[in-house]
Unconditional design. Structure first.
Ligand code: XMP
Length: 481
């Protein structure tokens, strides 16, 4: 037995001491951050791989702003891979495998396919992939016979503007403008379809200048996996639909099976970055980094919906966990993702100042429009559901995925939850929440005299405060409106 007698600290236990600053304005600071050994993000924020936080809509929203979403794994591997695909299709310079139809497909099929994939046009191709025409929502909207073949309503090949595969973005933009069209099919010399450029995609590029993008202009996304044998299949499926990052998501990440999983994933998918966790000690960081992890996730028990510390007695208050882990992370040059417990811009700034490169958010984003959680109305106010992934219902739902229709009362009773089900106030769009957080962080950098996150870490002086200091730090002696 060993008793470490320095206290474990969390965000509220400390403040950062203001320093002389030459930062003229909040917009002058750079908050770009290393997500992994190879990837950087324009904002240091990752949305949590929880089933009430991140599916495709959240991942799209956060990647557009320069962060990253981690698609949760509490669904079939096929569905998770499809969520990844949705993110990858949301934006790109080029749609590499545009949706197609054979000429004999019915108008009704075209309508259904466009609605299901939320796209406005389908390329009509022959069996070998040669372009025959284009059918758009306008072509099928009022078509009187739903069973008529699409070739009877499509714009035919001769009337379409096309471009050779490999055309650069600027030339494509000029073509779209010159012909006043919205879709530019890209063709190989023999007339087979090689891709599609759309006006919408080009407009989106300009709208989100800081978006996290891969080399093809698609939004970046991460996918969470566990450490069971079938998680390799899950990883393979998500890799096949284009995930950029795999997140090995294990409550106790400093464990043999997590380490083995990281080694296996790095061997199997050397082109993908692997974030692994969760740990709360320098040894945990070392173990995962030496196994090949490209970033390590820190946090055992700080999450808003976590009861791991109460149920097991284990955990490290999050600020101390980050400080401890940061020492090892610096030695091994591996970025840290601080996961859990962040409630506002102040916590975000403290987590980064203590040594994290990025921060993962759960319940703060669970209340937004883009989260998959259900909405509930209480006393006339709107809330959204958030639940721990080790909560009772999440455990049972996971078992139901493994053995559909076979759960009985025993299965409920056997669960020892380490998380809770809860609600959070509805908070509007994720972009608005992130705007507030990022604004706080930018302001924090100016208080630190820091032009970038590395300066913030170098300049940070933490001061422990007392309960009176904590009280003084919030609104006090007034009635807030
Ligand atoms: P916040 O505070 O942002 O935390 O809501 C999100 C993080 O909490 C972790 N998490 C859990 N931890 N039991 C736990 O002990 C759970 O059931 C649970 N579910 C999520 C996770 O690391 C997440 O990113």
């Amino acid at each position: 037995m060993h008793l470490r007698d320095t206290p474990g600290l969390t965000f509220d236990d400390v403040l950062l001491v203001p320093r002389r600053s030459s930062v003229a304005s909040r917009s002058a600071v750079n908050i770009a951050a290393r997500l992994t050994r190879r990837l950087t993000l324009a904002i240091p924020i990752v949305s949590a791989n929880m089933d009430t936080v991140t599916e495709a809509p959240m991942a799209i929203a956060i990647a557009r702003l320069g962060g990253l979403g981690a698609i949760h794994r509490f669904m079939s591997a096929e569905r998770q891979a499809a969520e990844v695909a949705r993110v990858k299709r949301a934006e790109s310079h080029i749609v590499e495998a545009p949706a197609t139809l054979p000429p004999g497909a019915s108008v009704q099929t075209a309508r259904e396919q466009m609605a299901a994939s939320q796209i406005g046009g389908l390329l009509v191709v022959d069996a070998a992939g040669h372009l025959l025409g284009l059918v758009t929502t306008r072509d099928v909207l009022f078509a009187p016979d739903p069973l008529a073949p699409v070739e009877s309503v499509m714009t035919t090949r001769e009337r379409l503007v096309t471009a050779p595969a490999g055309i650069d973005l600027e030339s494509a933009r000029q073509q779209l403008h010159a012909h006043r069209v919205e879709k530019l099919p890209l063709l190989l010399p023999d007339g087979r379809v090689a891709g599609l450029i759309t006006a919408q995609d080009i407009i989106k590029l300009a709208r989100h200048p800081h978006a996290a993008k891969d080399s093809k202009g698609r939004l970046r996304v991460a996918a969470a996996v566990g450490a069971r044998a079938d998680d390799l299949v899950r990883a393979e499926l998500c890799a096949s639909t284009g995930t950029d990052v795999l997140v090995v998501d294990i409550a106790h990440g400093h464990s043999e099976h997590a380490i083995r999983m990281v080694q296996t994933l790095k061997r199997s998918f050397p082109h993908l970055d692997v974030i692994a966790g969760n740990v709360a000690s320098a040894d945990g960081v070392r173990a995962l980094a030496e196994a090949g992890a490209d970033a390590v996730k820190v946090g055992v028990g700080p999450g808003s919906i976590c009861i791991t510390r109460q149920v097991t007695g284990f955990g490290v208050p999050q600020l101390t966990a980050i400080l401890d882990c940061a020492a090892a992370a610096r030695e091994l040059d591996v970025p840290l993702v601080a996961d859990g417990g962040v409630r506002n811009g102040g916590d975000l700034t403290k987590a980064l100042a203590a040594g994290a490169s990025t921060v993962m958010l759960g319940s703060l984003l669970a209340g937004t429009e883009e989260s998959p959680g259900a909405s509930v109305i209480r006393d006339g106010r709107r809330y959204k559901v958030v639940r721990g992934m080790a909560s009772l219902t999440a455990n049972v739902d996971r078992q139901a995925l493994d053995k559909p229709g076979q759960l009985d009362d025993d299965d409920w009773e056997k669960v020892v939850p380490e998380g809770v089900e809860a609600v959070v106030p509805y908070r509007g769009r994720a972009a608005d929440v992130l705007h507030q957080l990022v604004g706080g962080l930018r302001s924090g950098l100016s208080y630190a005299g820091a032009a970038c996150l590395a300066d913030l870490q170098a300049n940070a002086e933490f001061l422990r405060i007392t309960p009176a200091g904590i009280r003084e730090s919030g609104p006090h002696d007034v009635q807030t409106l």
